[in-house]
Write a protein that binds this ligand. Structure first.
Ligand code: CP3
Length: 343
């Protein structure tokens, strides 16, 4: 593993690579016709996540098409609540749903059976590492405790996570217990992915941006810091990217406080501020996914601005959030070509 040249790992080690390595959040997804075909064959979305053959296939699809520098394990952050028997379902047009958790159920949460339930995911990771080109970095991932908790409390996605914010004020102890529990099972899950062959992992805190400063410190920074410390204590060479979407100015100290090797930036992060953040270490991001839908000049200008501001330091080129189903696959070809012609 150490004898191959994985550019993304070099960046995570603080190097500047020109042109920067590139992958896209949600790069395996509904914008690709080959994904839609496999998805139709799989049955439910969770069946796809737990089928090592099919999950490997959809992970590899964007690598074959675009030659990205990293593959991200195909799964979902909500396999953790699923493993906790929260009755997770993905129904067409409704997004994810599960049984909303209450205080008594939080007190009764147990990690028993979680590892067993997630064994097919580890099989996928191992298959992927065996099938991927040697130079392609394999990323594992999980959701951050706050983001996973928002779904567990509301039972579905909401525009502003009001149910979880309210629960946290009304039941601070139970909420704290939930975050602690999720941090522990999620850290174990990341260690298992690393042991199965993941080269690095990303923690998705997609709902960080709905919190005030004090809540961000308690609900995002502290649990993610505990997770990273736990993973690194057990696997000292583990590399971790932390993506706190919408955290804005609070990103200034996020890397230092969590111990993340790289921080992910959403598209609302100004490039001048991103360049400041990059002085402390690698950054990942941050093209607006709508530029990939639009294509043409909007796409080119967005790419060039990022490369100009961040391309001379440690950068992993990515979107500022997941690619959307409306994205044109040919625009992704244009994107990769333009990033690779830098420098
Ligand atoms: O990036 C990748 O290609 C790897 C796969 C991946 C998926 N979800 C596949 C998926 C990853 C890394 C995720 C993370 C995830 N899942 C997050 C964090 C990142 C983010 O986007 O904010 C969150 C919040 C979830 C929860 C989730 N899963 C939601 C809200 C939805 C529904 C959204 C929608 O567009 O329908 C999902 C479903 C999901 N996860 C899909 C995919 C490809 C689409 C479902 C389908 O194919 O039927």
């Amino acid at each position: 593993m150490t004898d191959v040249n994985r550019k993304l790992l070099d960046v995570l080690n603080g190097k500047t690579i020109t042109p920067p390595p590139i992958w896209l959040m949600r790069q395996a997804g509904r914008y690709l016709p080959e994904y839609r075909a496999t998805r139709a064959e799989a049955g439910s979305f969770l069946d796809l996540c737990y089928s090592p053959e099919l999950a490997t296939e959809v992970t590899l699809q964007p690598i074959r098409r675009y030659g990205f520098d990293a593959a991200i394990l195909f799964s979902d952050i909500l396999v953790i609540p699923d493993a906790l028997k929260r009755n997770v379902r993905f129904t067409e047009g409704h997004g994810p749903q599960m049984d909303p958790i209450d205080e008594a159920e939080i007190r009764a949460l147990s990690p028993d059976g979680v590892t067993e339930h997630l064994r097919p995911v580890m099989e996928t990771v191992a298959k992927l590492r065996a099938e991927l080109p040697a130079e392609t970095t394999l990323l594992g991932f999980c959701g951050a405790p706050w983001t996973v908790a928002t779904y567990m409390i509301a039972g579905h996605g909401t525009p502003d996570q009001a149910p979880a914010r309210l629960f946290a004020y009304r039941h601070p102890q139970a909420f704290e217990q939930l975050l602690h529990f999720l941090a522990e099972v999620s850290a174990d899950y990341l260690v298992a992915q690393i042991d199965a062959g993941a080269d690095a992992v990303q923690i998705f805190d997609s709902w960080a941006g709905v919190l005030g400063e004090e809540e961000f410190a308690k609900f995002c920074v502290a649990p993610v810091a505990r997770m990273i410390a736990s993973v690194k204590a057990r696997r000292p060479h583990a590399k971790i990217i932390a993506f706190a979407k919408g955290a804005g100015l609070l990103l200034q100290t996020y890397r230092q406080k969590t111990g993340a090797d790289a921080i992910g930036l959403d598209w609302s992060v100004p490039l001048s501020f991103a360049a400041e953040l990059q002085k402390d270490g690698p950054v990942q991001g941050n093209l607006d996914p709508m530029r990939v839908v639009a294509g043409g000049a909007a796409l080119e200008e967005g790419i060039d601005a990022i490369l100009q501001a961040l391309g001379h330091g440690p950068l992993i080129f990515n979107l500022g959030h997941g690619i959307t189903p409306q994205a044109n696959p040919d625009h992704v070809t244009d994107l990769v070509r333009r990033v690779r012609s830098f420098g």
